[in-house]
Ligand binder design. Structure first.
Ligand code: PLP
Length: 393
């Protein structure tokens, strides 16, 4: 199997080299405060033997992989929810069980492997929190130097995590979009590899591994996948995995993907309707999907349209309630951005076929942001000293 990059806009092909990020031609039309133009995708050439594995479908050889067990996350069969909501074939993919507790490890893993292959030790990125703590952790396993630009609003656990893993962290007095631009400027000055989501094509490619796992865990492609959406890279990664499997003759059709955004951070939803991206300041309790300008917006939108996917929104209140309901009925505690996908499933449930195979992505662990999680529960305020004080319970 051979691999190259292909521009998702003009279809030009490029070799996979460390300095190749977005399409050099299409990115000349990049406008400020707009999604990236000319996002590149990895293209597979050739065929694979019948027993191929996920590793054969990645553009970096396994000998460069960092020694950290990313992926192969469990697929839950939530019995209580299946019964109470009437979906007998509902599954939850728990990507909070990755080493740094979020889906982002899938992208960091491949970027780290590519850096090693190219003999580069320095990796820079901007992050709302999870991509940064993920790259820091995976980079620690690989012995790489990670520089992270983190917006001031990042939950403390994600900051502490990145520092624990030994990353150099710059806290940006602004939002994720500002951190994104600063990290690009830093990379231009200092060199190394930039892992910014979508800007580095291997981020989407790494994320495709989840679809390959789903098909092998289910023994078939699911009918519907719910995923929360910020920059739109996980969504594109999920499509990429299914598209590669279809190209290789492993599955017959591409599942319906339903992207879920927060009502108050819904740039891709709005563009789905209006056809254009507007830079409107956003905020949501789900920090990992709080994005003003979705960097992968153009590519994500074209995938959803081409494969008949959908975009929908949920309120912060629905996210917080879905999070607590999921925790208390399954034992799976996911962060608000993870719960957004489940909130989307709950909102869409009545128009779904109860017989269909549905996968809800839980993208990050709940312990990453306990301040938000506390909004959905009652924390006891009084302290007790004797059992006699417990009355009426
Ligand atoms: C990053 C992230 C998302 C959204 O992924 P995008 O590629 O930005 O759309 C969702 N959930 C969690 C927990 C994340 O960290």
């Amino acid at each position: 199997m051979d691999f190259s990059y292909r521009c998702t806009i003009c279809n030009a092909s490029y070799d996979i080299t460390p300095d190749r990020t977005v399409c050099p031609v299409c990115s000349r039309r990049q406008e400020k405060d707009q999604p990236l133009t000319g996002v590149l995708e990895v293209e597979l050439h050739g065929t694979l033997s019948a027993q191929f594995t996920v590793l054969d479908m990645l553009p970096v050889e396994p000998r460069y992989f960092p020694s950290i067990p990313v992926g192969n996350t469990p697929l839950w069969e939530p019995e209580n929810i299946r019964r109470s909501m009437g979906f007998g074939r509902l599954f939850i993919k728990d990507d909070g069980l990755n080493p740094t507790a979020s889906f982002k490890d899938r992208a960091s893993f491949l970027v780290s492997a590519a850096a090693k292959k190219f003999g580069i030790k320095d990796i820079t990125l901007a992050s709302t929190g999870n991509a940064g703590s993920s790259m820091a952790g995976v980079g620690a396993a690989a012995g790489q130097n990670i520089t992270l630009f983190l917006p001031k609003t990042a939950p403390p656990a994600k900051l502490v995590q990145a520092l624990q893993y030994g990353a150099r962290v710059y806290r940006v007095n602004g939002n994720y979009d500002m951190a994104y631009d600063m990290s690009l400027e830093f990379s231009k000055q200092k060199g190394g590899i930039n892992r910014n989501t979508a800007y580095n094509p291997l981020t989407i490619e790494g994320k495709k591994t989840v679809s390959l796992e789903l098909v092998s865990q289910l023994g078939m492609a699911p009918d519907v996948v719910f995923v929360s959406v910020g920059d739109g890279c996980i969504l594109s990664g999920i499509y990429k995995g299914f598209r590669d499997l279809k190209k290789l003759g492993r599955i017959d059709s591409i599942p319906k993907i339903i992207g879920v955004q927060a009502e108050t951070s819904d740039a891709i939803c709005r563009a789905f309707v209006s056809g254009k991206f507007e830079n409107i300041p956003t905020s949501t309790v789900a920090d990992s999907i709080c994005v003003d300008v979705p960097r992968n917006g153009i590519h994500a939108l074209s995938q959803i349209k081409r494969f008949n996917g959908e975009m929908m929104t949920v309120s912060d209140d629905q996210i917080i309630q879905a999070q607590a309901y999921l925790s208390s009925s399954t034992g799976l505690f996911t962060e608000p951005a993870g719960a957004a996908a489940f909130a989307g499933f709950r909102k869409a449930a009545e128009r779904l076929d109860p017989e269909s195979v549905i996968v809800v992505m839980a993208t990050g662990n709940g312990l990453k942001d306990i301040t938000s999680a506390a909004l959905g529960i009652q924390v006891p305020e009084t302290l007790i000293e004797t059992v006699e004080e417990i009355r009426g319970t």
